[in-house]
Design a protein. Structure first.
Lengths: 470, 119
């Protein structure tokens, strides 16, 4: 093929892939078009890879190896796509690790390739871009592995802190950046490159160590953003606009999601990353140790049966107990009686953005009944029964009423405004943040103790038995 | 327009040749921010697995590194191996990312659709 036409073809394939990637994300704005977005993404990826294979620098002798590597990746990828939906947060974190690893390895390979070729290609700008790619790639790699470990509970989920942690972390990152700057200034100091790699790998670990489970939604979103930015940096290294565009889309997606998560917790980035939430002493909570009233699942079911509107507030507890299918049974029993059932979804409920929506969708609950916090709150005073299911901090009235509370200022689902509150919980142990929840001691609150799955199952059974008798 | 690996000017003063790339980056970021802001909150989990698959476009860079002719004189083979490992990691994300996104999206149904489905 004429080299000129071939180059044009490669650039056109990258252009087409870029446009398709943008459409892919655009179609995610509604569940009705979202699947089209996936197809467009797959198509874009195929075009992008196809265009790259046309590049004359890709030797034909290497193609079998490339094909083999893709096949190995696909063989690992298929089982990873079949995990239960409750494990989606750790799967996502793990795939960020793969993305970071790929970017870091390509950056490292490019660096040594150009050194090998005499170093003329290593302009100051390219060295800067490679350093950014490698730092972001490798810190995403180890950071995401740590996040996966915490979410999978291989590692302790509680934040781990020690004295001087912040200083050590800053020195590590600062050291990596200093290596990068030194390499730009004096390209002869190639020995700094391995140090940069090691410091980046170490920083990824240290960044996640002090972060607790409930902050994972923000952190996963942030790592998503880093993975995207490392792809952008790779685009600058390779002079490739497709990489820059796709990476920028990914980076901005992660950024927006982390901003949404931070806002939903009324916290800043730096507070999430360096605040080690969850080590806050429990005494910082309110000391209102009022009396707690409890009810059995069947009593709770009877209360719901009398209601006109029931709002269910799901939280991480529902995911842990895998209770979503029982929730669906309860939903069916209640709607069958003409009771209006809605789900109130807090943005940070669960362990990643949108976690609750996916679990409830899996259980076949129509998405028109999943209502966002801002929309459901004005209706709360008219709601007869709120069923809090494995959620805790996101319904804690202390966030509004108690200026001394560590979560003060965080927007909450105003469950306390409803006429009756039913709270399903394993015990009176405080939630993740170690803060007492005044909601449980209100006069209108009844606690239903037990595992979310068993309790909701019993509720549904009570209602089913009831309707059988009539 | 420079092609991949076809060498931008090697002199360090050639930062200006990267300006077009910076334009692309800035504009793509604005498009990204705008498009993502309109994504339904319902779909934030699938969005994340989709962008995950999309960012696996780094496979392009990995292929260019792994595809270098390793039989050439004193070409360091380990560079190709790094590229192959990167291809493998990126393919994991492409395959699992797109598959799980589609799997999740199939679950989102409206009340009407659900009723049709049942009856």
């Amino acid at each position: 093929m004429n080299p000129e036409y071939r180059d044009l073809l490669i650039q056109c394939s990258y252009l087409a892939a870029s446009v398709l990637f943008i459409f892919s994300l655009k179609w995610m704005n509604s569940p009705l078009t979202a699947r089209r977005g996936v197809f467009s993404g797959v198509f874009a990826m195929l075009i992008g890879v196809g265009g790259t294979l046309l590049n004359p620098s890709v030797a034909v002798s290497q193609l079998p190896w490339i094909a083999l590597a893709i096949m190995v990746g696909a063989l690992i990828g298929v089982p990873l796509s079949l995990v239960p939906l409750t494990a989606v947060p750790q799967r996502t974190a793990l795939s960020h690790a793969f993305g970071g690893l790929a970017a870091g390895l390509v950056g490292t390979a490019k660096y040594y390739l150009w050194i090998h070729e005499g170093g003329e290609m290593l302009t100051g700008f390219r060295t800067f871009a490679i350093s950014a790619e490698v730092i972001l790639g490798f810190l995403t790699f180890t950071g995401s592995l740590m996040a996966t470990g915490k979410l999978q509970e291989i590692l302790p989920g509680r934040p781990i802190t020690y004295r001087g942690q912040l200083i050590v972390n800053f020195l590590t990152l600062g050291g990596a950046i200093a290596c990068a700057v030194a390499l730009v200034i004096n390209p002869q100091w190639t020995f700094l490159f391995p140090i940069l790699v090691i410091l980046s790998l170490a920083f990824g670990v240290m960044l996640i160590v002090p972060i607790g489970g409930a902050d994972m939604p923000t952190v996963i979103a942030l790592l998503n953003s880093y993975a995207g930015l490392s792809a952008v940096a790779m685009g600058f290294v390779l002079d490739n606009k497709l990489l820059i565009i796709a990476g920028a889309l990914d980076g901005s997606s992660g950024l927006i999601l982390s901003i949404i998560m931070c806002k939903a917790m009324n916290r800043s980035f730096s507070n999430v990353l360096f605040g080690a939430f969850g080590t806050v002493s429990a005494s910082a909570g309110s000391d209102a140790g009022g009396a707690v009233k409890s009810a059995s699942p069947s009593e709770a079911a009877e209360i719901m049966e009398q209601a006109d509107t029931v709002v269910i507030v799901p939280g991480y507890g529902m995911a842990v107990a895998q209770a979503q299918h029982r929730v669906r049974e309860l939903y069916d029993q209640l709607t069958k009686r003409g009771i209006n059932v809605k789900f109130a979804i807090h943005p940070v409920a669960g362990r990643m953005p949108g976690h609750m929506n996916v679990l409830l969708a899996e259980a076949d609950i129509p998405y028109d009944d999943l209502i966002e916090m801002e929309e459901i709150n004005p209706e709360m005073p008219q709601v007869d029964v709120v069923l809090v299911l494995g959620a805790n901090d996101v319904v804690n009235p202390a966030a509004k009423n108690n200026p001394g509370s560590p979560i003060h200022g965080m927007p909450i689902i105003e469950a306390d405004k409803a006429r009756t509150v039913l709270a399903v919980k394993r015990s009176m142990k405080p939630g993740f943040a170690g803060i007492d929840n005044d909601l449980y001691t209100l006069d209108k609150t009844l606690m239903v103790f037990g595992d979310a799955k068993a309790v909701v199952g019993d509720m549904a059974k009570t209602l089913a038995g009831d309707s059988g008798m009539h | 327009m420079h092609l991949l690996l076809t060498a931008a000017p090697a002199s360090t003063s050639a930062i200006s040749s990267y300006i077009p790339l910076i334009f692309v980056f800035i504009l793509a970021t604005f498009i990204g921010l705008d498009v993502i802001r309109n994504v339904s909150r319902l779909l934030h989990t699938p969005l994340m697995s989709l962008t995950n698959a999309i960012s696996a476009i780094v496979i392009v860079g990995a292929i260019l590194v792994a595809g270098l002719d390793s039989s050439a004189d004193n070409h360091p083979l380990w560079i190709n191996i790094l590229g192959l490992v990167a291809i493998c990691a990126a393919s994991v994300n492409i395959v699992s990312g797109f598959l799980i996104t589609d799997r999740m999206l199939k679950m989102f149904k409206t009340r009407d659709k659900k009723k049709n489905h049942e009856s």
